[in-house]
Design a protein around this ligand. Structure first.
Ligand SMILES: Cc1cc2nc3c(=O)[nH]c(=O)nc-3n(C[C@H](O)[C@H](O)[C@H](O)COP(=O)(O)OP(=O)(O)OC[C@H]3O[C@@H](n4cnc5c(N)ncnc54)[C@H](O)[C@@H]3O)c2cc1C
Length: 446
């Protein structure tokens, strides 16, 4: 690994952003808008080459939206930022350099003059034996594609199986966590399985079982209990078994034990119940709150005037609710990214930073089909009106015109054309790029 090298030969300050999620992307876009080429070199380091618009992931999993249409390509949007694909393995706050592990194993150090930390969060399932190793995750674009294939595969395997217990286990799906991702993915994938079922003459509607397990007292409880009641009622009406005040105690093989004592055989336990900041945060040796980097209201890291943090990985004080932290939502991350970019530009020019303050604008939850729940500006809506608001909001919020067009076209096509409920992989495709791979082999799903 060589010594840290400058991006350009001129001694321009380097403003670096770690992570290309909602916060990092908006920060880089703001820096490009606010700073001229002559003022700074901009650098973004991320382990993905896109911004994943996560709010629409359930629609990617259900096949309504093409995965690439949900990905905002960094190279098309951030034209003046140097984008490096790789994982930041460490940050040297004294020497002001980050170490990046690039694909292929190459490791390099890059210097910075100002740094923004936006590495986001990852799923967390600690304290639940077996779950961390065996449950399915739902966090990235690749997860959404994998999950869709997995769910379709279960019905295909169930159709071929002769053992009744095996058939039932394949048709049983357990989602843990009734926040927005758990509620939406249950709603979308349950509809996917219902519409796919007629393809399999040996499988009856009574075989299909969707169970939504939630440790709290309600669906969407932390976001909006009223919307949650509507969402819960709609899911129950479709046959989803919602278990409140319940969690998964253990997952051994295909046997899931719930805290209410029920033992359920399933090949599909989907974990959406908890997140924790990216592992990078623990390696920074910075003060944290609930695992997130402690920051001042202007998103600066105390004691490090040139370091900022934002998004899910930062413990940002919520100035509209004194004593509380901002929620880990795209709504906050997007706006914190803008504020972080503005404050980095202000610091470069010797101007004072401004605090982050945002009062939430309400939530939108897509329940599949024509159903949704939303409270734009805290006006509660359900059914078709909520659906229009929900999709309209996402089309407005997804960052680029190209993505709006692609996602909008997918929504229209899905409304008028027959679905494309097919898997991406063949049964031989577990390691599709390996030349050594050959032949059909048995593959046990988790
Ligand atoms: C399925 C799902 C549905 C959601 N739905 C909603 C919704 O409807 N409404 C809402 O408001 N919020 C929703 N959220 C939450 C929202 O997505 C997050 O709050 C938001 O993405 C946080 O943005 P961020 O920029 O902090 O982090 P992220 O968007 O997670 O981005 C972090 C980025 O940093 C990268 N990274 C991490 N560590 C490293 C490293 N060491 N080196 C290099 N790169 C790294 C990651 O790969 C990622 O690209 C949902 C989340 C999920 C998973």
């Amino acid at each position: 690994m060589g010594a840290a090298s400058r991006l350009s030969s001129q001694a321009k300050p380097v403003l670096a952003v770690i992570g290309s999620g909602h916060a990092g992307f908006e920060a880089a876009r703001t820096l490009e808008r606010q700073l001229s080429d002559a003022e700074a070199d901009l650098l973004m380091i991320s382990d993905t080459d896109h911004l994943n618009y996560s709010s629409l992931l359930p629609l990617v999993a259900s096949g309504v939206i093409d995965p690439r249409h949900n990905a905002v390509a960094l190279h098309r949007t951030l034209r003046r930022t140097r984008i490096l694909l790789g994982e930041v393995s460490s940050v040297d706050l004294e020497a002001r350099a980050v170490t990046v592990l690039h694909p292929g194993g190459m490791q390099r150090r890059y210097p910075w003059d100002q740094l923004l930390l936006t590495p986001g969060s990852v799923p967390r399932a600690t304290g639940h034996p077996g779950v961390e190793d065996q449950a399915l995750r739902f966090h990235t674009l690749a997860d959404a594609v994998e999950l869709r294939d997995h769910v379709l595969e279960q019905l295909q395997v169930a159709d071929a199986a002769t053992d009744e217990a095996e058939r039932r286990a394949r048709c049983t799906f357990i989602v843990v966590g009734a926040g927005y991702s758990g509620t939406e993915v249950t709603a979308q994938l349950q509809l996917l399985t219902c519409r796919t079922l007629p393809r399999f003459p040996t499988l009856g509607r009574d075989m299909l079982r969707w169970i939504l397990v939630e440790a709290g007292t309600g669906v969407l409880q932390e976001l909006n209990p009223k919307l949650g009641r509507h969402a819960g009622a709609r899911l129950r009406a479709r046959g989803v078994d919602i278990r409140l005040c319940t969690t998964i105690s253990e997952l051994v093989g295909t046997k899931a034990t719930l805290s209410d004592g029920d033992e359920i055989s399933s090949h599909s336990v989907i974990w959406t119940a908890g997140i924790t900041p990216s592992p990078l945060v623990a390696r920074l040796n910075l003060p944290t709150e609930r695992g997130r980097v402690s920051v001042a209201p202007d998103l600066g890291v105390p004691g490090h005037p040139d370091v900022f943090a934002a998004g899910d990985a930062a413990a940002v004080p919520d100035l509209t609710r004194p004593g509380q932290l901002c929620g880990q939502t795209a709504q906050h991350a997007t706006r914190q990214g803008v504020r972080a970019g503005q404050n980095m530009a202000a610091r470069l020019r010797g101007r004072p930073p401004r605090n982050y303050r945002h009062r939430d604008l309400g939530f939108v939850v897509d329940l599949g089909g024509r159903d949704a729940a939303a409270n734009p500006l805290h006006l509660p809506l359900t059914g078709l009106a909520a659906k229009v608001v929900t999709l309209g909001y996402h089309l407005w919020a997804i960052p680029t015109a190209g993505n709006k067009l692609r996602v909008g076209t997918d929504l229209v096509l899905n409304a008028i054309a027959p679905d494309q409920d097919v898997r991406v992989r063949s049964v031989n495709d577990e390691t599709p790029l390996r030349l050594t791979h050959n032949g059909l082999r048995s593959r046990e799903s988790p």
